[in-house]
Design a protein around this ligand. Structure first.
Ligand code: XMP
Length: 314
């Protein structure tokens, strides 16, 4: 691939977004990840106040995420509306255990119900989003249905949801997006953030996604991110398993839950190796999770590479 000229790239995309949206309004879904943050800044530069940026509080995000992201963007001059859609998502996910059905439920709720509603209310005709090349590759290869891929699967968003989707980052992989994000002036804390998937913590709960199970994985996520954020790893996460195992709690037998920790070395997420973490760190991390997350009696560390594993569990 030829060297990316970030300034050219930014100018071309700004022009293209302006041309497509013309004097209309566009909506932009910000999650605070590298991809959607970069798209937000591109859209903001292209459209100013004709871009309405929303953060969908789907109940599946990490602790305090909505407020933190809105605060960061406020400093960059971008107003972010936080939309409470927790009920929509949890009712759509109720009773579903199959990974692809879960992803599909998140997708439909996001694009059809929640965005359909926002688009109708705002009169916007376009949704700006941060789909990248890796999302497309893996969806087409049938590895994992990324929640933000449509046209490549023969789905016309205009027909299915009532609006068009603009994807300015579609030629880039993660490393390219980081370069563009940096050039657009995103604070290093943002473009250096580890990737976080569209289906959010629902991608890290094996089995049914309920508010209680999300709360468990959310608590474990705080600890994993605190312990591993200075390892330089590409991505790290906590996963809540469905199987229960015998353990002990307050001296009594307990049939408790298990958290799997994953920590990945990778360049572009297409392949990945488990990080060789010092055993002392793993032991401390496990102890902290067991002591602070109610119901957890077992912590494991994944040592399988991608492929055949994938980075997320669902
Ligand atoms: P997998 O699990 O497929 O993940 O090995 C590869 C990279 O993509 C992220 N990921 C997603 N990103 N929408 C996204 O925008 C999604 O549906 C999605 N699923 C996985 C994952 O965190 C990893 O960095």
């Amino acid at each position: 691939m030829k060297e990316l000229d970030t300034n050219n790239f930014i100018n071309e995309k700004i022009e293209a977004i302006r041309k497509t949206v013309a004097d209309g309004i566009a909506i932009n879904a910000l999650s605070g990840g590298v991809d959607s943050s970069t798209v937000t800044m591109l859209g903001h530069r292209a459209l100013g106040t004709n871009l309405k940026t929303v953060f969908i509080e789907n109940g599946l995000m990490r602790e305090g995420e909505a407020e933190q992201v809105a605060e960061i963007f406020k400093k960059l001059g971008v107003t972010v509306d936080i939309i409470d859609a927790r009920k929509d998502f949890f009712s759509a996910l109720k009773g579903i255990t199959d990974p692809e059905e879960k992803r599909e439920a998140v997708t439909q709720t996001f694009y059809k119900n929640v965005f359909g509603r926002i688009v109708k209310e705002s009169g916007a005709k376009h949704l700006l989003q941060g789909t990248i090349l890796t999302d497309i590759d893996e969806t087409i290869a049938g590895i994992k249905r990324q929640h933000n891929v449509f046209e490549q699967l023969g789905i016309d968003p205009q027909e299915a949801f009532g609006y068009k989707i603009i994807e300015p980052l579609i030629e880039l992989r993660k490393d390219g997006v980081r370069k563009v994000g940096k050039a657009l002036g995103l604070p290093s804390g943002l473009f250096d953030r580890i990737p976080f998937p569209g289906p959010a913590l629902a991608a890290r709960v094996i089995g049914e996604v309920t508010p209680e199970r999300i709360e468990t994985v959310r608590k474990a996520t705080i600890i994993v991110e605190q312990f591993l954020n200075n390892t330089g790893a590409f991505q790290y996460m906590a996963i809540l398993h469905e199987d229960r195992v015998t353990g002990m709690c307050d001296g009594k037998r307990d049939f408790g839950q298990q958290i799997e920790v994953r920590c990945w070395d990778s360049f572009d997420a297409r392949t990945a190796e488990p990080t060789q973490l010092p055993f002392e760190i793993l032991k401390k991390l496990a102890l902290e999770i067991i002591q602070s997350v109610p119901g957890i009696v077992s912590v494991t560390y994944n040592i399988a590479p991608k492929p055949p594993s994938t980075i997320e569990a669902v």
